[in-house]
Design a protein around this ligand. Structure first.
Ligand SMILES: [Zn+2]
Length: 264
């Protein structure tokens, strides 16, 4: 008897994209909200396609920056394949908002009244493969006696609840200053930039799932970087910001003393 039809069909993309797989640096880039794609079987979650391509569906520009930053740092990158409206790869799957019934004031019809089986199908198809790939990559480096650094790339909408966010970039961190503090200093060396320190979100309330589950739990050096979406929405902007981040990060990632396990 055939197995029940899986959530992902033959025309759906993979739940995780590996970019610059041969990257030799002991650094892993992640992009939790890389894609606005919804599995065909979910019929767009009942939303207009152009709505899903706005910030509620994904981190606009973040995947483009991540794909360029990976070769620039000679680091592999893992990008999630599906929209955060399907299941948010940066939230604990136990969190009721991991499959949001509404996002930034927009109701998501396809997320209403899901059964435990429907929730589990999304987590199994879209969340677990992405996080399993991250864990496998980090654990392979640790098994080879190399302590990897984790760099999580996100983007934020320029306006939220009527407030125009002034930051160009935000560095999110909590107890591990190894990458964030010198990165803040490097970015602030450019006086034209407005650099947020735990803005527009704080990593202290608490950190996103990816950083917490993979980096904090293992004691790895890490940082989450938030880029303002209007600055990276086109190819030229994404390239400029990937180059800027690469220049700021390279001297920090070249320091051997950051690659140690920390206990918080
Ligand atoms: Zn994000």
């Amino acid at each position: 008897m055939p197995a029940p039809s899986p959530l992902l069909g033959p025309d759906d993309p993979a739940p995780v994209e590996l970019c610059h797989a041969a990257g030799a640096a002991p650094v892993l880039l992640t992009c939790d909200h890389a894609s606005p794609v919804i599995p065909r079987a979910l019929a767009g979650l009942g939303l207009a396609p152009d709505l899903v391509r706005q910030h509620i569906g994904w981190d606009i520009g973040a995947a483009a920056v991540t794909r360029l930053l990976a070769p620039a740092l000679d680091a592999p990158a893992l990008l999630s394949g599906y929209s955060r409206l399907v299941v948010d790869c940066n939230r604990d799957p136990e969190d009721p908002t991991s499959i949001p019934a509404a996002s930034d004031g927009v109701a998501v019809p396809g997320n209403r009244d899901l059964s435990p089986e429907q929730r589990a199908a999304r987590i199994d198809a879209c969340f677990r493969p992405y996080h399993a790939a991250i864990a496998a990559r980090l654990d392979a480096l640790l098994a080879a006696d190399r302590v990897p650094a984790l760099i999580s790339i996100h983007s934020f909408t320029p306006v939220m609840n009527g407030f125009a966010r002034p930051w160009h970039v935000g560095i999110l961190w909590d107890k591990d200053p190894r990458i964030p503090v010198p990165l803040l200093a490097a970015l602030r060396a450019d006086a034209t930039l407005v650099v947020g320190d735990n803005q527009p979100y704080s990593a202290r309330e608490p950190a996103g799932y990816t950083v917490r589950h993979h980096a904090v739990a293992r004691g790895l050096p890490h940082v989450a970087i938030e880029l303002r979406q209007d600055l990276i929405a086109d190819a030229a902007g994404a390239a400029a910001w990937a180059a800027r981040l690469a220049a700021a990060l390279a001297p920090i990632l070249a320091r051997r003393d950051i690659y140690r396990l920390a206990r918080y």
